[in-house]
Design a protein around this ligand. Structure first.
Ligand SMILES: Cc1cc2nc3c(=O)[nH]c(=O)nc-3n(C[C@H](O)[C@H](O)[C@H](O)COP(=O)(O)OP(=O)(O)OC[C@H]3O[C@@H](n4cnc5c(N)ncnc54)[C@H](O)[C@@H]3O)c2cc1C
Length: 512
């Protein structure tokens, strides 16, 4: 006897996407979300009375067009503000870079800093377009093996790009293209690899740069905050017949004779199903939700060794006025320039940020991606006021000295001090602020180690290796148990791709 065809543990955006596709295919589906809201790491929350923020994910850039269209997310309320300029980057010496959609305009603004770098910038973009072009075709398919990737690169004439990705680091690349600290600081990035000098940092950056293939009208600040996306997915899934329950935590996956039979909730309720999909991260699923007796010890140890060490901070503030960047933008600047501000003065600054985290220290040179969404979307704050959020790289999972509880305040103060060196009125502008540490992200969202992409996107956990070699197809060692979250191919970020792909595999397995 089963109650549902499919139970989905977790109403993160991927769980909802999987639910919508399965329900569209006529299956009876139940989503169980432990929080009172759906969305997981993609939510809008009122952290301060009257001020709403995208409390985790803040920019929509990789949400797959097919998912948007298949789930009719626009009809269900999804809309974005495209950013123009795309980004503004101030430097301590008073210099500034503004990145526009129009490459010529961006290049024009770079010339006064370095004619060499201005000339190199279009080639840099071209390199990443070719690099992402190798990975992007696999977002909604099975991941390619290395030999398939090589074969594609040969076909598309991008073997040189693939070779560069596999053999050089982001630091190598940034230095090869740019000579000035300003451009190097603006372009350095290593995401979950962390160390920009590590080989693999460029390869994994190609995943994030797949946003060059997203439709422009799908990228930007989401109207109503990122929570609008799962709300639209929820409506789509429910319209197709799925049931979604919030405020219910799954205690364990019920396994009999090596096969998943349903779930038991924290209050003891048992619900039976033909299959179970877990939107929780792989470590949480295998090490907490599936009893140790149902998994091989070696497999569990392999899961325990999965890398979840690249962690970040999320700072939020309610503002009574905009930070004053007139030193950089002139007295009458267009406030929309403040939608996305990046603070990273040099490649060394970035490297120090990772080095601190690696040694258990909150970063003394925090790399900050600052978003003030209210310059586009005034509905998020009281009239004339603003919200500001900062995504900060990097932070240790656990600090070496002290606890996140004791460090939360001084670390938050350091972020404010750092940003105030660029915008002197910042302290007076802040009505209230809060900081999410990796510990807070784990408690709130259920992310193991606060890992924003469930597992680090590093070469050993990318493509056919994600989450584990032999299990990159959403199936698990337990029959009828599937993974459908960011810890699976293609990876984290708000893409909808793992949910889409996992549902397709479930339906294929049912079709026999
Ligand atoms: C601070 C931060 C900043 C980010 N910035 C961006 C960004 O700007 N752009 C972007 O695209 N991405 C960003 N990301 C990454 C992105 O948000 C995530 O990778 C993505 O949302 C993961 O979606 P998911 O559905 O796979 O998993 P999740 O969002 O983690 O959802 C999993 C769900 O499962 C639920 N759950 C877990 N265990 C149980 C249980 N036992 N019972 C019931 N429910 C359970 C959780 O409560 C959660 O709702 C950011 C993430 C964070 C944390």
């Amino acid at each position: 006897m089963t109650d549902y065809d499919a139970i989905i543990i977790g109403g993160g955006h991927n769980g909802l996407v999987a639910a919508a596709y399965l329900a569209q295919a006529g299956q009876s589906v139940l989503v169980l979300e432990r929080r009172d809201i759906v969305g997981g790491a993609c939510v809008t929350e009122e952290l301060f009375p009257g001020y709403r923020v995208s409390s985790c994910a803040y920019i929509c850039h990789l949400l797959q067009a097919k998912v948007i269209d298949d789930l009719r997310l626009r009809e269900h309320g999804f809309a974005v503000y495209q950013l123009e300029p795309a980004r503004f980057q101030p430097y301590p010496d008073g210099n500034v870079l503004v990145f526009w959609d129009d490459v010529d305009r961006t290049v024009e603004g770079m010339r006064h800093l370095s004619a060499h770098d201005a000339a190199a910038y279009p080639r840099w973009l071209d390199f990443w377009r070719r690099a992402a072009g190798l990975i992007h075709p696999y977002f909604l398919t099975a991941p390619p093996s290395l030999s398939e990737l090589v074969a594609r690169a040969r076909r598309t004439g991008d073997e040189d790009v693939l070779e560069t990705l596999l053999t050089r680091s982001m630091a190598d690349l940034v230095q090869a293209y740019f000579e000035s600290p300003w451009l190097q600081g603006a372009t350095i990035q290593a995401h979950d690899v962390g160390d920009p000098a590590a080989v693999g940092s460029a390869f994994c950056q190609s995943y994030i740069r797949c946003d060059m293939y997203s439709r422009p009208e799908d990228c930007g600040i989401v109207r109503g905050g990122m929570g609008t996306i799962p709300q639209a997915m929820l409506r789509s899934a429910e319209q197709s017949g799925a049931t979604v329950r919030t405020g219910v935590s799954v205690r364990r996956v019920l396994v009999e004779d090596g096969a998943a039979r349903g779930v038991e909730l924290a209050d003891g309720e048992v619900i039976a199903s033909r299959v179970v999909l877990s939107n929780a991260d792989p470590k949480r699923t295998y090490l907490r939700l599936v009893g140790a007796e149902h998994l091989d010890g070696a497999f569990r140890r392999q899961v325990g060794r999965l890398k979840t060490r690249a962690t970040y901070l999320k700072f939020h503030a309610a503002l009574r006025e905009l930070p004053d960047f007139s030193r950089y933008l002139g007295p009458d600047f267009d406030p929309r320039a403040l939608a996305y501000i990046k603070i990273c003065p040099s490649a060394d600054y970035f490297a120090h940020s990772w080095d601190d985290a690696l040694h258990g220290r909150p970063s003394r040179s925090p790399v900050m991606e600052v978003q003030i969404p209210t310059v586009y979307d005034p509905t998020l704050a009281p009239p004339g006021q603003h919200v500001m959020s900062i995504w900060v790289s990097y932070a240790p999972v656990q600090p070496r000295d002290g606890t996140w509880d004791t460090l939360r305040r001084p670390v938050g103060e350091h972020l404010i001090d750092t940003l105030a060196t660029y915008a002197p009125n910042l302290r007076e502008a802040i009505v209230d602020w809060s900081l999410f540490t990796p510990w807070d992200l784990e408690q709130r969202v259920g992310l193991t180690d606060g890992n924003i992409r469930h597992l680090d996107i590093v070469p050993s956990q990318f493509l056919t290796q994600r989450p584990l070699p032999g299990y990159a197809d959403y199936r698990t060692p337990i029959e009828g148990l599937y993974l459908c979250g960011a810890g699976t191919h293609p990876g984290g970020e708000v893409t909808g791709a793992p949910g889409h792909n996992a549902a397709a595999v479930v339906l294929r397995d049912w079709a026999g």
